[in-house]
Design a protein around this ligand. Structure first.
Ligand SMILES: Cc1cc2nc3c(=O)[nH]c(=O)nc-3n(C[C@H](O)[C@H](O)[C@H](O)COP(=O)(O)OP(=O)(O)OC[C@H]3O[C@@H](n4cnc5c(N)ncnc54)[C@H](O)[C@@H]3O)c2cc1C
Length: 381
């Protein structure tokens, strides 16, 4: 299927380049990489050499956002091949490096951001705590003012890329009792004394993504490692939240397309009761439901990215896109497991991986229970 929402020449060209990269270098190796369950260092470096990591930062002027449409095309195409590679890339382009890019000193940028854009360092983003998931107002990791330094203490969990990260952007409370108004982000290099990274978690899907806990035990960091304006941490986070949600929707679209493509092909090859199963109306219904869902998700996502690129606020649209596209991905992978019959249950076919990986998208960028509540609120319901 071609994406009707992609219009300009640079978008079409980027789509072609990414699609070729995925078809030639990712899809043929996705099973082996997933089974090994290690961070795909070689592909990550290759993406850096293709200048993928700084796509949001190219030509980005003070106060302006990066190009969300190009960014989402990259995320979508990579997710079509391997969701975990797409998620690692998405984090490197946005949450892992954004506070460093926007608020880091020239020295910090030279030491950490530039090597990150070359794929030599990996950044990670630490919000979640054992007792604070969606409810960020309950974050208890503290940053205490100690003259020329901050002292960071607390525990973060479910941190993507933490086992291989060179640095962490950490959400901390600076004014206990103030809830989200006391939250700020801090830059903590991994080699800071007191940083302790747990062994990686064993997870259902996205198995090449290394996830773990990170403990910050009285970590002393310089005063200018507060990345953002004091007391405005959540404002800076909300500035990229719509993009995080739209990007998550693009990852979902990629995996939905992968499930569709596998089903479409299989249904035309598999014979049952003397005909290919594509001739049966109930199989046709599944294919048409998947295609309709995918088209709707594409239109929502790229309508949202265009508004983002025009500098418009898309709080509601990005929540709707993330919620809808992720549900589409879950529906499409479910349909694919039915169309492929027993072969969907075999580790030899990729559909089981799409099925496992799609679940990952349900959590980041807001759970659907919270998003649906917030969509209703955004309509002043
Ligand atoms: C693969 C993976 C990678 C991740 N990577 C990162 C990362 O890099 N950095 C990071 O900081 N975090 C990361 N996370 C954590 C993720 O952001 C959290 O899982 C998410 O914020 C939800 O928090 P929780 O899982 O603690 O659920 P909770 O917030 O505890 O929610 C549990 C359940 O209660 C529901 N619920 C909660 N509040 C409400 C409400 N008000 N109304 C109705 N229902 C409600 C939720 O929808 C959910 O169903 C990752 C998670 C996963 C699975």
């Amino acid at each position: 299927m071609t994406n009707p929402a992609i219009r300009s020449d640079p978008e079409k060209l980027l789509r072609q380049v990414m699609a070729r990269f995925v078809d030639q270098e990712v899809t043929p190796r996705a099973r082996e990489i997933d089974e090994r369950g290690e961070f795909p260092q070689e592909l990550f470096k290759k993406l850096a050499s293709m200048n993928v990591f700084n796509v949001r930062y190219l030509g980005m002027k003070k106060g302006a956002t990066g190009n969300a449409t190009l960014y989402c095309i990259i995320c979508e195409e990579l997710a079509r091949g391997l969701v975990s590679l797409a998620a690692e890339t998405a984090k490197q382009c946005l949450m892992g490096t954004n506070f460093l890019y926007r608020f880091g000193s020239p020295e910090l940028k030279e030491k950490y951001l530039e090597p990150s854009m070359r794929g030599e360092m990996v950044g990670s983003f630490c919000l979640t705590e054992p007792e604070a998931g969606g409810d960020l107002g309950s974050v208890t990791t503290t940053a205490v003012d100690d003259g020329d330094h901050w002292i960071i203490s607390g525990m973060k969990t479910w941190i993507t890329n933490a086992p291989i990260a060179s640095y962490f952007t950490v959400l901390c409370q600076t004014q206990p009792g103030k809830g989200i108004r006391g939250l700020n982000f801090f830059f903590v290099p991994r080699d800071t004394p007191g940083v302790q990274v747990s062994p990686r978690f064993d997870t259902l899907g996205t198995r090449t993504t290394e996830i773990s806990e990170v403990a910050f035990n009285d970590c002393r960091i310089p005063k200018d490692y507060l990345v953002g304006l004091p007391g405005k941490g959540m404002g800076a986070f909300f500035a990229i939240l719509a993009e995080i949600r739209t990007m998550t929707a693009a990852l979902a679209l990629g995996v939905a397309r992968a499930a569709f493509d596998a089903s479409f092909q299989y249904a035309q090859e598999r014979k049952a009761f003397g005909k290919t199963i594509s001739k049966y109306q109930l199989i046709q219904a599944k294919i048409s439901d998947m295609a309709t869902d995918i088209w709707a998700a594409e239109l929502m996502i790229y309508d949202t990215t265009r508004k983002l690129d025009q500098g418009q606020r898309v709080d509601k649209e990005s929540m709707m896109a993330k919620y809808f596209a992720t549900e589409v991905a879950c529906r499409c992978v479910d349909q694919a497991t039915r169309i492929l019959g027993a072969y969907a249950y075999s580790m030899e076919y990729p559909v089981q991986r799409f099925f496992r990986d799609a679940r990952f998208l349900l959590y980041g960028g807001g759970t659907h229970e919270v998003l649906r509540q917030n969509i209703a609120r955004a309509m002043r319901f």
